[in-house]
Ligand binder design. Structure first.
Ligand code: DOR
Ligand code: ZN
Length: 446
């Protein structure tokens, strides 16, 4: 029997309304006891003690929007390297999007992903099935088969389901299994050829713009379809003030809609494109200061349920092409927590407790997975984070197989020192267990 006692840390477990200095006893794969001064108690006898003084102890974080490139582009990310990056960033559970090669539109692909993830022992991967076969937007996938195999939601992310009738049917069918449809809201004709947000900077830089309207018309359409069908709609990577207002009004009307926002849409703007750095090229595009302000307000008042990375690895030689030819996307698993702590929590936008809820219990509830909760009896997925330590983002030292981050050189607060997945240590004192070392653990303590 394995036994670990985490002492002296600030336990932040929003699922159980806990934010207190407590000890946590892990026995085998479960949280056995949570309480004060457990070291002196009989239950903890024989446990290996982990001193978390000055650190926070949280549920292993949950990222519901990750692109692993496996199967298909193992040079960009594998399931294993994705889980390493996740653990490094505090995440023990990730949901992966189906735009792989082959597409996750068959039970066999779901089986493959689950098998690969299980083999690593580093964390949990929850596959998201395709809404349409081959992401072609023409025929619905076999949602029943995919659900049976383990799909937790459906999405054509990366592409919008442009046929409204298909989207309607998707919302109807997925409600048979109570699975959410995750909408990549981007009207294809309005967005065609667009590179960055349409506005001042697209004009100055001579790049074709993508209007906020491209997102908002689909957000509006999908909300109307969710109302019509009663299906569960989740809007991925919301990026405009207008989208936020649509979701706010839909929620007020009791429509079954949730939404997520990424750190980059909360922190960066289209002004960051000035240097034509393709690491800032992402979909939806970085918007304006006014949009960022609106999204921050949405975080504050709870319209935004989830913070998700939209981790999108791309090969260096592909990102280094001329701006128009470079692919959209940036990696985020290893920087999401630090960015949110440094740029959002420390700047007083939301509390650490609220931020953790949006990265743990909230996405778990949407996906209906038993994660993001370290109450007694739950599976022991745990992150211990030194929220006072600073780490410089070094793109060459990330766990991800790709390095397309726009945050190179940024100093971020929050260093993950320990990770437990189902009671097994994955990272201990900053070092990966099972022989694999974290590449760049060098916390600067402030
Ligand atoms: O920037 C993006 N990259 N947005 C998406 O929706 C898809 C993603 C990818 O798969 O690269
Ligand atoms: Zn995505």
């Amino acid at each position: 029997m394995s036994k670990y006692l985490v002492i002296g840390g600030q336990v932040i477990d929003p699922a159980n309304h806990i934010d207190a200095k407590l000890d946590v006893l892990i026995e085998d794969d479960r949280i056995a006891v949570t309480g004060k001064s457990l070291a002196n108690k009989k239950v903890a006898a024989g446990a290996e003690v982990i001193d978390a003084s000055g650190k926070i102890v949280t549920p292993g974080l949950v990222d519901m929007h990750v692109h692993l490139r496996d199967p298909g582009r193992a040079d960009e990310e594998t399931i294993e390297s994705g889980l390493h990056a996740a653990a490094r960033g505090g995440f023990t559970s990730i949901a992966c999007m189906p735009n792989t090669d082959p597409v996750t539109d068959a039970a066999s692909v779901i089986e493959y992903i689950k098998h690969q993830a299980r083999d690593t022992g580093f964390g949990n991967v929850y596959p998201i099935g395709a809404v349409t076969q081959g992401l072609a937007g023409e025929r619905l996938s076999e949602m029943g088969d995919l659900t049976k195999a383990g799909a937790v939601a459906f999405s054509d992310d990366g592409k919008c389901v442009m046929n409204a009738q298909l989207m309607r049917r998707a919302l109807e069918y997925s409600s048979i299994w109570n699975k959410p449809i995750i909408s990549h809201a981007e009207e294809a004709d309005l967005a065609r050829g667009g590179q960055i947000n349409e506005g001042y900077w697209s004009t100055i830089l001579g790049l074709k713009g993508i209007s906020p309207a491209a997102e908002e018309v689909i957000v509006a359409r999908d909300i109307i379809l969710a109302k019509l069908t009663g299906g569960r709609l989740h809007i991925a990577h919301l990026s405009t003030a207008g989208s936020l207002e649509l979701v706010r009004k839909a929620k007020e009307q009791g429509i079954n809609v949730t939404c997520e926002v990424t750190p980059h849409h909360l922190i960066l703007t289209d002004e960051n494109l000035q240097g034509y750095d393709t690491n800032f090229k992402v979909k939806p595009p970085l918007r304006t200061k006014e949009d960022v302000e609106a999204l921050r307000q949405g975080l504050r008042d709870g319209v935004i349920d989830v913070i998700a990375s939209d981790h999108a690895p791309h090969a260096r030689h592909e990102k280094e092409m001329e701006f128009d030819y470079a692919p959209f996307g940036l990696i985020g698993l290893e920087t999401t927590f630090g960015l949110i702590l440094t740029e959002i929590v420390d700047k007083g936008i939301i509390s650490l407790n609220e931020a953790i809820a949006k990265m743990s219990i909230n996405p778990s509830k949407i996906l209906e997975i038993p994660k993001g909760n370290i109450g007694v009896g739950n599976v022991a997925d745990l992150a211990i984070i030194d929220t006072n330590a600073l780490l410089e983002v070094d793109p060459s030292k990330l766990e991800s197989r790709s390095s397309n981050t726009p945050y190179g050189g940024w100093m971020l607060k929050g260093v993950v020192t320990d990770i437990f997945s189902a009671g097994n240590p994955v990272i201990r004192d900053g070092v990966f267990v099972k022989g694999k070392k974290m590449k760049s653990f060098s916390g600067v303590f402030i």
